[in-house]
Unconditional design. Structure first.
Length: 210
């Protein structure tokens, strides 16, 4: 007899009979195991009613007696001698309950772990899917500086006025029509040759800070 075996039998029974087992049943039975252990695993021992009620927090003697009798009926406690009242001891022995299906709890735990694993995989998949969507949306638009525009215009050898370009789009919130600008270089190319352009020297350009 040991705590593990007694505990395993109780939880097998509890799992198969959730409509029967209450927290007070559990408290009384496991206090009985603890008390027996402290007495050196005596086969038969006194189980003082008042002490058990105080340890388990059960206030009503009639409620305690009902829970105690249930444990005896279910085969977890073998009563050798009943107490005469709440101030005397029952004399009991701990017994193994072989009525519970010991495989049911194992199957339930395996099923729970499997579901939890599937849920975790689905959660990770959802995160990866969201990251993929965000990547497809492209990088966030970063407005260029005057120097950025000047350098690009010099590369293209156009006459776009970088200052006017920056001032124009800063004033309208970097909008192109009704849409937010996505590619400022494309906008520069659109400006090539329009009325916003002006001749721009390629020698020793003076860069202005925005």
């Amino acid at each position: 007899m040991n705590t593990y075996d007694l505990s395993r039998k109780f939880w097998d029974f509890s799992f198969n009979n959730p409509h029967k087992v209450k927290p007070s049943h559990t408290a009384i039975y496991f206090f009985a195991i603890e008390h027996c252990n402290r007495l050196g695993w005596k086969k038969i021992f006194g189980f003082p009613t008042s002490m058990v009620m105080e340890a388990t927090g059960i206030k009503s003697y009639s409620s305690y007696k009902k829970y105690f009798d249930d444990l005896a009926e279910w085969g977890f406690i073998e009563v050798k001698e009943y107490s005469k009242n709440q101030y005397s001891s029952n004399v009991i022995a701990l017994a193994f309950n072989d009525k519970a299906h010991d495989k049911a709890l194992d199957k339930a735990l395996i099923k729970h772990v499997t579901k939890q694993s599937e849920s975790t995989i689905q959660s990770i998949s959802s995160i990866n899917k969201q990251r993929t969507i965000n990547n497809k949306q492209g990088k966030k638009f970063i407005p260029p500086t005057i120097n950025d525009v000047k350098t690009y215009c010099l590369e293209r050898k156009n006459s776009v006025d970088a200052v006017k370009f920056i001032n124009h789009y800063q004033s309208n919130g970097w909008m192109v029509g009704k849409n937010k600008m996505k590619d400022w270089k494309a906008a520069v190319r659109t400006w090539e040759g329009n009325s916003y352009s002006k001749p721009q020297t390629t020698s020793n350009p003076t860069y202005e800070k925005l």
